[in-house]
Each structure stands twice: as C-alpha cells, then as structure tokens.
Design a protein around this ligand. Structure first.
Ligand code: IDP
Ligand code: MG
Length: 150
C-alpha cells in the first residue's frame, strides 16, 4: 500500500489545526500508520528540505519548520501521495482550490500549514527519514474493503 509523509507544520499546530488535518485525511479514507509530535532540529530540517537549498526562501523555510513543534505522520492508501497532495491543495494558498486545507485555512506560501510528499519515490525517502521502521504500525480496518477496491 502506498505511504506518504504528512507534516502539520508549526503554524498548523499553533492554530489548533492538527485535528482538522487528521479529520480530513481520515474522512478521505486514508489509513494512519504512524504519528509523532516533535520539535524538528536543524539537521532534520536541512535534510528534509535539501532540494530547496539555495532558493531565496530556504533560510526562512528552515527557521519556520524548526520554530515550534510539528505533528509528523505517515498515511497510507491507494494513490496516497496524490490523494494527500490534493487534500492539501496547491503550495500557494491563493492558488489552492476551494475545499482544500490550504485554501480553507491559509493565505501565505510561507505559512501554508502542511507538508506532504510530492511523489512516491520521495515519499519512501521521507517516511524513512522521519520514522524508524518499528514506529510504523501495520494494521487493517474493518471498513477497508468499503474504501479500498482491492
Ligand atoms: P510543497 O510544500 O507544496 O511541496 P515546495 O515547492 O516543495 O511546496 O516548497 C516547500 C515549502 O517551502 C512550501 O510548502 C512553503 O512552505 C515553502 N515555500 C515554497 N515556495 C516559497 C516561496 O516562494 N516563499 C516562501 N516560502 C515558500
Ligand atoms: Mg515539496
């Protein structure tokens, strides 16, 4: 089953939106695999955002993500990566579709509430970066057969 990394970033935590994010992903039918509430150290932030090093917003991004606790999670389901990105909405909240989290709860790209892996290969790397293998919980729900076709 495809897995993806989700972070409720510091703005989402401070604004009391952890529950809103979890609720939308649960409602979508995705299955929670792992979760931890944590501070992000500079090393983890720099590895996670290595692809953005050198961009004008990089320093601000590192200080944003390390400024206060985040809720880190792994969610799974068919096409979990695409499904979660869709539920989050476009990176820039003013370009995010109505009904997405970033549309409904954010205004600025530098305060856009969540992170979600952007493709399956990166999702695998990000899940391994943020979680140890034994922190991932393999489980089934009674309702799975009514949400997952196979
Ligand atoms: P994503 O989070 O939708 O995958 P990315 O392009 O990977 O978006 O950028 C990572 C994060 O960097 C964004 O979520 C946002 O918080 C921040 N970011 C991206 N572009 C800008 C910008 O132009 N100004 C400020 N922050 C930005
Ligand atoms: Mg990204």
């Amino acid at each position: 089953m495809e897995q993806t990394l989700v972070l409720v970033k510091p703005d989402g935590v401070q604004r009391g939106l952890i529950g809103e994010v979890i609720s939308r992903l649960e409602r979508r039918g995705l299955r929670l695999v792992a979760a931890k509430f944590m501070n992000v150290d500079k090393g983890l932030a720099e590895t996670h955002y290595a692809i953005h090093k050198g961009k004008p917003f990089y320093e601000g991004l590192i200080s944003y993500i390390t400024s206060a606790p985040v809720m880190a999670m792994v969610w799974e389901g068919p096409n979990a990566v695409a499904a979660v990105r869709q539920t989050m909405g476009a990176t820039r909240p003013t370009e995010a579709a109505p009904g997405t989290l970033r549309h409904d709860f954010a205004l600025e790209v530098g305060r856009n509430l969540t992170h979600a892996s952007d493709e399956p290969a990166n999702a695998e790397k990000e899940v391994a970066l943020w979680f140890k293998k034994d922190e991932l919980v393999a489980w089934k729900r009674e309702v799975d057969r009514w949400i997952f076709e196979k």
